[in-house]
Design a binder for this molecule. Sequence first.
Ligand code: NAG
Ligand code: NAG
Ligand code: NAG
Length: 191
Amino acid sequence: MAMARAGGGGTCCSCLCAFLVCIGVAVLIYWATYQPHRIRAAVESAELSNLTVVVRNGTADGGGSGGVVYYRLAVNVTMYNPSGRAGPRMSTTVVAIDFDRSGGGGVAVAGDVAAELDKEIKGSGGGGEVGFEMVIDARVRYKLGFIPIRARPKVRCPVRIPVKAERRGGGGGGGGVTGFLRSGDRCTVKY
Ligand SMILES: *[C@@H]1O[C@H](CO)[C@@H](O)[C@H](O)[C@H]1NC(C)=O
Ligand SMILES: *[C@@H]1O[C@H](CO)[C@@H](O)[C@H](O)[C@H]1NC(C)=O
Ligand SMILES: *[C@@H]1O[C@H](CO)[C@@H](O)[C@H](O)[C@H]1NC(C)=O
């Protein structure tokens, strides 16, 4: 009786095993097709300057509370291509990205965001830290055998830059908060 039950369980198990092997093979094929072509990205260095947060109190223009952030951010991102087939010329590229919002109207943000950022900058004691996420829309082209494939991976880099207030020189304006980061932190790349 026990034997019969065991036998029945055996066929069911082998059926399940075959199913799992099928799934496994499918996953392996998918991985072999896409994984070797995945680019990797890391933040090499980041420089934040002229960071100024203006928190408004909503009473002046009656438009509710809000804030304006002025900054200039320069980031060097290393793109690493692990597959020789995906772009045979170069395996590592440094991409320099420059966001300059230190002039003009700056960036308008919600009042609580401005207040929070202001708090982060001041930090506790000596200096603060500014954290944000940088999102890059990349475009990748590669060949799979003879088939050209285009992809638009989204690269997300979490960045935390320690900042310190700059000594204000004579002549008002300018200054703001600066920070420099040398990290090598990995970014996530999503296709
Ligand atoms: C990015 O790299 C270039 C070239 O090496 C360098 O001149 C620049 O200072 C770097 N930028 C940052 C933010 O580190
Ligand atoms: C707005 O003004 C009030 C009174 O001066 C002050 O207590 C409050 O902190 C201000 N809010 C912001 C976000 O600056
Ligand atoms: C940015 O900061 C530098 C150095 O602190 C200063 O000389 C310059 O005037 C600032 N630029 C702006 C647009 O605020």
